[in-house]
Design a protein around this ligand. Sequence first.
Ligand code: BGC
Length: 234
Amino acid sequence: MAKGPVTLSIDVGGSNIKAMPLDAKGKPLADRIKLPTPRPARPNVVVATIRQVAAQAGAFDRVSVGFPGVIRDGRVLTAVNFDGKWAGFDLQTAVQTALKRPTRVLNDADMQGYGAIEGRGVELTVTLGTGVGSGLFVDGRLVPNLELGHHALRKGQTYEEQLGQKALDRVGKRRWKKRLKLAIAQIQRVFWPARLCLGGGNARLIDWTLPEGVVVVPNEYGILGGIALWNDAK
Ligand code: BGC
């Protein structure tokens, strides 16, 4: 039996919705469960899929959700890679009602960042998947809402337009890698992070030696970071 509350940590991604129960210290209690993200990804069907994933996860006391959009007080402000009316949708209450457990929702890259950080100085996590996400931390404290993916990178295009899944499919790995090298250099010049953590599914394509302070982190951190949402809870 697990000691303390079990947190069901859910990572809502562009391709899959994944869930894993974590013990009070954030250690996995079971294998990851995964279902494809429904398309079109409208609020009600996404919540229904979260419910299906949770139904396979065994017993849990509370829920953390990492979501690919800007979140404020549990509400989605924008989710550019999903369909339907997300702006203003109270995802936290919707999941809490569906799963009947206390729920906290956070941006997916912020959640991944919580899994990746060491807690000292400026640390930035950038996720490379369907979209490009970012989570900025100072001495372990989250600086919310950084949407680096939607900032200009080159040729009038954003990081996400240049490095998201669609761009990778369009231009191929070689050019995508060149762009990523440029992006890393640019991020270092702008943020001077003590650590720059690169995550998300496409970080697996990194096959060159990264500059000092830049590391690839396992995609699982997206789920493992879910425990940090409850750090203030007794
Ligand atoms: C969204 C971010 C999200 C990222 C990765 C971007 O398009 O705006 O909020 O973190 O994709 O999923």
